[in-house]
Design a protein. Sequence first.
Length: 207
Amino acid sequence: MKDRYAAERDRLADAARDGNWRTVFEVLDEHAAWVNTARLEGSSGYTPLHQAAWHGVPAETADRLLAYGAARTLRTSDGNRAVDIAERRGHRHLVGLLDPAPKHPLPQDAAARLTGHLHRLIRHRAGLTDGSDLATRQRMRLPEVEALTELGHPACWFPVPGMYGGFKIVLRGGELIVDSWIRVVGGSERTDRVTVDGVLLQEGGRL
């Protein structure tokens, strides 16, 4: 099962890289939730929308990716959004379409600080006895707060394999409310707050 999953993820990443949009949409028809994923164990962080911007696809192709839920605000490992890539490569017909229009605007600095603190909280809660954590060990791409600003209801669920649970993350008033639990551990449910200044733990104090 895992090998088939990895093969399908690679098929999506390869097709987007090569500009094979027929195959991209075949995979997304079966796995729409993968529209914002990058290559497993890849280093670029390019999602299908980033690749579309790089190739300068017709607006109709980009529109179709957006209809699947492609996030305009997601950044590559180099910090580029799809609109930045399109603009740099001279694909002016895509710039207006890919320019983010957040429903819950946040200053970029605030979003970056919230994201950094959120990632610390996730690694802390997914920590292992040897000092490592499940998210880092599995090279997971952690959620970005900017992506929440695009959603009508700015919330997401982030499961962590091996944790038997995960994180419900809600953007509210410039802060994050983070519910997390581990299903196999009784009483593990908790709610922590993430602000631009740090993580406020449920039991008091800061992380």
